[in-house]
Write a protein that binds this ligand. Structure first.
Ligand code: FUC
Length: 904
């Protein structure tokens, strides 16, 4: 089949004519959207086509191919016949007989055969600014909405003004072993509230179609183009609804089409549990190309007060309804009658400008958003959205399969059933789907100029979101961004950087007021108002490392991109995080200790309180904060235009940071062979706590490595085994990365298998105690928390490629490891577009569990240390780690010139 097809393609390359193919596609695919955008061809066949599923999948691959190929007129009939025949054959041949025909859509498509009955079955759409959950109902459709800046409260801070007077007493109590008393004092004098504001919902748009008896139902979310489609037949009419959250234009668009003329009738309404008012009106529009009427539904939703912080935000939601039928707007609703097609354009905004300015105007923002696109057709909006989305999404590709000859039959099931059957199956496409979904979620919830993805990304329907849907920065918010750099979604991380910038300002006040320290600090939590003080109680909140941990993302961004302008811009923030520690740490027996602190949400055996001094995670984060600040300072010093005064200041900084670094306590191995979580050997070997904070040094940091610190590496393995293979969703995400760094692919895969277990809904936890993924593939803590999605996405990448910079390396020469943790179950596959530290782009293919080839593109010239588990034909073999089965090569690379690697 493949050979026949390849031959035809070869022939067609010479002969196909675009003009010929275009009408054919149009004819075959009822109402499909075919567009060409500056040389980029794509086809969206996801709606209005009632064919065999496989046909659609295969067809969507072939059409762009054919479409971009030039044909001569005189060959057209013959070629056309071959084209249709081949496409048909692909559709009817059993899946897997021919890999070429097996489009990889099963790795990028979520689909269901019934509407969502609960929120966690609905399809998430987003463009960072707006989040939407589309239920796909036939009777009354629901689109639940969020706007990223709609939070409770208003500008404020939560810095205690009394803590500074009790700091010494707290420290002295801790050093006397009276941690409980220290905790009580912290709770009384350090943590005064408020404890963070919450992320609010805009409520839902409801579209009453009244289609109670729908047949041939299908809904899907296509990760290849970020479009969700619902189709069904009611009363003999086929209805198709296609929804996307435009990344380019900042709106949500729903296009609705009926197969029968004038058969589309619906009423649009808004419902919200928050206090809101709504209005609707019928307006006239006139553009250069069209004129007519449209309906506008508006809702103004009031923010809420929380913990005495008055609400400073209001949101306005606006839905513009265009239709080719009658539009009326009675009772604050929009009514569409006797139409065939309709388009709803949704926008929302608040008066939020930034964390200390709420002087914006939601209504003006919405007007401007709608005005900017008033000339654009729905087709154009779709085309612009897909182009922007694919520019990011298509940077990376992952293919993994257990068996290319006989793919799992599970691939044919609706996604919830496929997920339910994953455990123990060989459906490795499900893993790829989860990986792609993670990338999709990051693109959809975090874009330049927007807010960082919170605990639920940008999707929350609850009045009281779990943990307020804030930013928990003792692991969760950081985890959200673990896939960003390695998956080439570097600009998706920009909202995180801008949040860190804000925190470096609010956190400087916190450092000064609460502790009398220079630099800046943030504790275990923050929100849209960028509160930096401790919250909830010492058990959680007395964690002065949240800000510094966040800054590692800035340094990492530099390592991945080598962008010196970025580093220059953020240098003061890196330095400020390190400066804080110089003042906050206390010297004890020649060691510098972070005190007071906690190893997140966890205490040791025999302790009544987790409050402590210099726990392992403190030391690891301080070590990173100081090391990255030192390296950044060294890079800044290379600037020949630096004034003498600045140079002198930077040299003094280097001296101070280097001196402090020498006094940071080393990691210790405890009595069970475990890595100690605290300075004292008080770990409980039976403890299965979800936070494994002391392994921060293994991942995301690189202070524990099989090559540089084999004893600590072994101890980390002992700790991981003690903690077990079950956990909350995000903890499983972390464990996937841990086991990848332990170079144990099979164990990492066990963790992924534990994560990919269906939990039908939050209230089914009893029946499904092991459920960690909801039907719509949202991660289950439970409840829903998006960090697990991002954690496992990063973990899958980390199993296939790792890059590190040796903490000891003077130069920043990177170490790239190809296939460090490939599980037996992932026999064959490939990755492309993965980014590695040091400015590298990496493609890898493997076969029968072994590296086959790789293509490594360096940005700059230098020396690369390359590790593999299979001997290769290139580079100088400098070391073999017998016990690990690892080969280490040194390769000199030239910037912009790909290094091709082949297994020897
Ligand atoms: C931390 C975790 C919890 C939860 C919360 C949002 O406090 O310990 O499990 O993820 O953040």
């Amino acid at each position: 089949m493949f050979i026949v097809f390849a031959k035809v393609i070869k022939k067609m390359k010479k002969e196909i004519n675009r003009e010929l193919i275009k009408p054919i596609i149009r004819k075959i695919v009822y109402n499909s959207v075919v567009s060409i955008d500056e040389g980029r061809q794509y086809v969206n066949l996801s709606h209005n086509f009632q064919g065999n599923l496989e046909f659609r999948r295969n067809f969507s691959i072939f059409v762009p191919l054919f479409y971009s190929i030039q044909l001569k007129q005189n060959q057209k009939q013959k070629m056309l016949k071959q084209f249709l025949l081949l496409t048909f054959m692909c559709a009817v041949l059993p899946f897997g007989k021919d890999k070429t025909c097996r489009a990889d859509n099963t790795n990028s498509l979520l689909w269901y055969d019934k509407p969502a009955s609960v929120w966690l079955e609905a399809m998430p759409l987003g463009n960072s600014k707006l989040g939407a959950m589309v239920f796909g109902k036939t009777d009354v459709e629901e689109i639940q909405l969020n706007e990223e800046t709609f939070w409770s409260g208003g500008p404020h801070n939560n810095n205690s003004t009394s803590s500074i007077y009790y700091l010494n007493e707290v420290r002295s109590l801790i050093f006397q072993g009276k941690e409980k008393q220290a905790e009580d004092l912290i709770n009384k004098e350090f943590i005064k509230g408020p404890h963070g504001m919450r992320f609010l919902t805009l409520g839902s748009l409801k579209l009453d179609f009244g289609h109670k008896d729908a047949k041939n139902y299908r809904r899907e979310l296509n990760l290849n183009n970020a479009v969700s489609t619902v189709s069904y037949t009611a009363n003999g009419v086929k209805y198709v609804r296609e929804t996307f959250a435009s990344l380019e234009d900042g709106v949500i668009v729903m296009r609705i089409k009926a197969s029968g003329k004038g058969k589309l009738n619906f009423t649009l309404d808004h419902e919200c549990k928050l206090k809101s008012s709504k209005s609707s009106e019928r307006l006239r529009f006139m553009t250069s190309r069209m004129k007519g009427n449209y309906g506008m539904l508006k809702a103004v939703i009031e923010g809420v007060e929380q913990e005495g912080i008055k609400s400073a935000l209001n949101a306005e939601l606006a839905a513009k309804v265009l239709a080719d039928g009658n539009i009326t707007t009675d009772n604050n609703k929009v009514d569409v009658k006797n139409a065939t097609t309709a388009t709803i354009i949704i926008t929302a905004a608040t008066n939020f400008v930034n964390y200390h300015d709420v002087s914006g105007n939601a209504s003006e923002k919405n007007k401007a958003t709608l005005k900017a696109i008033e000339d654009k057709t729905a087709d154009q909006l779709l085309k612009r959205h897909i182009a922007k989305y694919q520019e990011q999404y298509n940077r990376v590709a992952l293919d993994i399969s257990a068996n290319t000859q006989h793919p799992s039959p599970n691939t044919q099931l609706p996604t919830d059933q496929r997920l339910d059957k994953f455990y123990g199956s060989d459906d490795m496409g499900m893993v790829a789907l989860m990986f792609n979904f993670g990338r999709y979620l990051l693109i959809s919830s975090s874009q330049q100029g927007g807010q960082a993805a919170n605990l639920q990304g940008v999707w929350n329907d609850k009045m009281m979101a779990p943990w307020d849907s804030k930013y928990t920065i003792n692991i969760n918010a950081e985890m959200n961004y673990w896939p960003a750099e390695i998956c080439g979604l570097t600009e998706a991380a920009e909202p995180l950087f801008s949040m860190i910038k804000d925190l470096s300002v609010t956190g400087a006040e916190t450092a000064r007021k609460m502790y009398g320290c220079r630099g800046w600090v943030a504790h275990h939590n923050t929100d849209i108002w960028r509160v930096a003080g401790p919250i909830d109680g010492a058990f959680w909140g007395m964690f002065p490392n949240g800000g510094a941990w966040l800054t590692t993302h800035i340094w990492e961004h530099y390592l991945y991109t080598l962008d010196k302008d970025f580093l220059r811009e953020y240098y003061p923030i890196l330095k400020g995080a390190a400066d804080f520690y110089l003042d906050y740490m206390v010297e004890r027996d020649g060691e510098l200790l972070v005190v007071p602190s906690v190893s997140p949400e966890h205490g040791g055996v025999g302790k009544q309180s987790p409050v402590c001094a210099g726990c392992t995670m403190d030391n690891q984060i301080v070590r990173d904060a100081l090391t990255q600040a030192i390296r950044a300072t060294e890079i800044m010093l290379q600037d020949t235009a630096l004034a003498d005064k600045d140079k002198a200041e930077m040299n003094a900084t280097l001296l101070a940071f280097n001196a402090a670094l020498k006094k940071i306590p080393a990691m210790k191995v405890g009595k069970y062979g475990q890595l100690q979580e605290w300075r004292e050997d008080i770990d409980d070997p039976k403890d299965e706590h979800r936070h494994i904070s002391h392994l921060y040094g293994l991942y995301p940091s690189n202070q524990i490595s099989p090559f540089l610190t084999p004893d600590l590496f072994k101890a980390a393995g002992v700790t991981l085994n003690q903690r077990g293979d079950q956990a909350t969703g995000w903890s499983l995400g972390w464990k996937t990365n841990f086991w990848a760094r332990m170079l144990d692919g099979n164990h990492a895969f066990t963790i992924i298998s534990n994560m990919l277990r269906l939990l039908p809904d939050e209230n089914k936890m009893r029946e499904y105690p092991n459920g960690r993924t909801f039907p719509n593939l949202f991660d289950a803590h439970p409840p829903f928390q998006i960090d697990g999605n991002f954690g496992v996405t990063a973990g899958i990448a980390e199993m296939l490629m790792q890059s590190q910079l040796s903490p000891n390396a003077k130069d920043l020469s990177p170490e790239i490891f190809l296939l460090p943790a490939l599980p037996d179950a992932w026999k064959n596959g490939s990755i492309s577009g993965f980014k590695a530290r040091g400015g590298y782009t990496v493609n890898i293919t493997w076969k029968d569990g072994k590296l086959k080839s790789a293509n490594i593109m360096p940005k700059e010239s230098g020396k690369l240390i390359l590790r593999t588990k299979t001997p290769i034909s290139q580079g100088n073999l400098v070391k073999t780690y017998q016990d690990l089965g690892v080969y280490e090569y040194e390769i000199n690379v030239t910037g912009g010139k790909a290094v091709v690697i082949t297994a020897s």
